[in-house]
Design a protein around this ligand. Structure first.
Ligand code: KIV
Ligand code: ZN
Length: 406
């Protein structure tokens, strides 16, 4: 592992820390082989993520092997290995990163009384000592150390501030404050970042990067992550397609697209090639063999599909009427006007023209009646159905009335 300097960046740049291969992989049905993780790591490198959390070295031999393999093949992003605040985990994380060009050890220890009392059976004082000791150990092995007070959002605020202070004094270069159980709200999460920045002057004075890590139990992971950015977080931890423990992590593509579409509001940038968002999502879907839900923002099958006649008409007149980004900008091949019972004549004519049929007004009207009758019986009308309708119409060679199609 090379000893390089920790991440430093412009104040308006947000680092994208991808945890698809670690937290993402922890969700049911999402486990990946080393080869699969390597393919995904290449896709993430192409996408331009800044930090790639490759796994939890101590969790299994497979995880260790995957991290080690990724460090040898991937050169763009900084590679991170997760470790509990235990000496043996930290040693294992450092070993897994031995061949990394740029490495980070990510140490975590719970900060909430609930976790300390029931899970770790540890007092607050012990937790502070362990934080100092483990961050120091990690820092001796790697120049870039991230510390996460797990369950930060349900922790006593004074104690959280103490833990952050201790971690920075011991050498942490990034402080990640996870909403481990997806409990927080955007206002509350943002306030936590503002308060920590204000009460721990070393954060700004020493250029410590504050990071968000949100779970989606209340469907707020992306909103919370963006609220943290607005409050000064300069790293967002997220996963492709939003996969992750339970309801998942903040979806990388949603965070990235929000920052891209609303520079006026967030005033920050990422280093991502956002036209790779959709291909990266597809790669993950193929590897884990399940696609995001069709209505998933940015990368779902319906994210750029329009069915209602009013929307289709507006889209044909000017796509800005119903789309806030072009599909091409996020790598989606094209907008789809889905033909169904809500579609209008404008969309039907457009599709027929794309298929090479130019119809007179009268012909279009006849085809439209037949099309609506068919769409009432069938969920979607495909190109072959349209060609079928036209051939039948040509065969019939006689005008139709509504009564006929009804
Ligand atoms: O959700 C969480 O708290 C985590 C930590 C390990 C960062 O995944
Ligand atoms: Zn997590």
């Amino acid at each position: 592992m090379s000893q390089d300097s920790p991440v430093r960046m412009d104040n308006n740049q947000v680092l994208i820390f991808d945890t698809t291969l670690r937290d993402g992989e922890q969700s049911p049905g999402c486990s990946m082989t080393t080869q699969e993780k390597l393919s995904m790591a290449h896709a993430l490198e192409d996408l331009g993520v800044d930090i790639l959390e490759a796994g939890f070295a101590m969790a299994s031999e497979g995880d260790f092997a995957a991290i080690a393999t990724i460090t040898q093949a991937i050169r763009g992003p900084r590679i991170t290995s997760l470790a509990r605040a235990r000496s043996e985990d930290i040693v294992m994380a450092a070993r897994s990163l031995e061949h990394a060009d740029r490495a980070r050890i990510h140490v975590f220890l719970a900060s909430s009384d609930l976790h300390l009392e029931y899970k770790l059976k540890m007092s607050r004082e012990q937790a502070l000592d362990q934080t100092a000791e483990c961050v120091r150990q990690a820092r001796a092995l790697c120049d870039d150390v991230e510390f996460s007070p797990e369950d930060a959002t349900r922790s006593n605020r004074d104690f959280l501030v103490d833990m952050v202070r201790v971690a920075i004094q011991a050498g942490a270069t990034t402080i990640n404050m996870p909403d481990t159980v997806g409990y927080s709200t955007p206002e509350e999460y943002a306030q936590m970042f503002r308060e920590v920045r204000q009460r721990v002057p070393a954060v700004d004075a020493e250029g410590i990067v504050l990071s968000s890590h949100c779970h989606d139990d209340l469907g707020l992971a992306v909103a919370n992550s963006l609220a943290a950015v607005a409050a000064g977080a300069r790293q967002v931890e997220c996963a492709v397609n939003g996969i992750g423990e339970r309801a998942g992590n903040a979806a990388l593509e949603e965070v990235a697209a929000a920052i891209y579409v609303r520079p006026d509001y967030y005033g920050v940038t990422t280093g991502l090639h956002i036209d790779k968002l959709y291909p990266t999502s597809q790669t993950l879907g193929q590897i884990i063999t399940f696609a995001p839900s069709p209505n998933k923002a940015i990368v779902g099958a319906n994210a750029f599909a329009h069915e209602s006649g009013i929307h289709q008409h507006g889209m044909l007149a000017n796509p800005l009427c119903y789309e806030i980004m072009t599909p091409a900008s996020v790598g989606v091949p094209a907008t789809t006007l889905v033909l169904g019972k809500h579609s209008g004549r404008a969309a039907l004519r457009h599709r027929l023209e794309q298929l090479g049929f130019t119809l007179s007004r009268e012909e279009l009207q006849q085809t439209y009646y037949r099309f609506v009758a068919l769409a009432d019986r069938k969920k979607n009308v495909y190109d072959q159905d349209l060609v079928g309708l036209l051939s039948q119409q040509i065969r019939d060679r006689r005008p139709m009335s509504m009564a006929e199609v009804d």
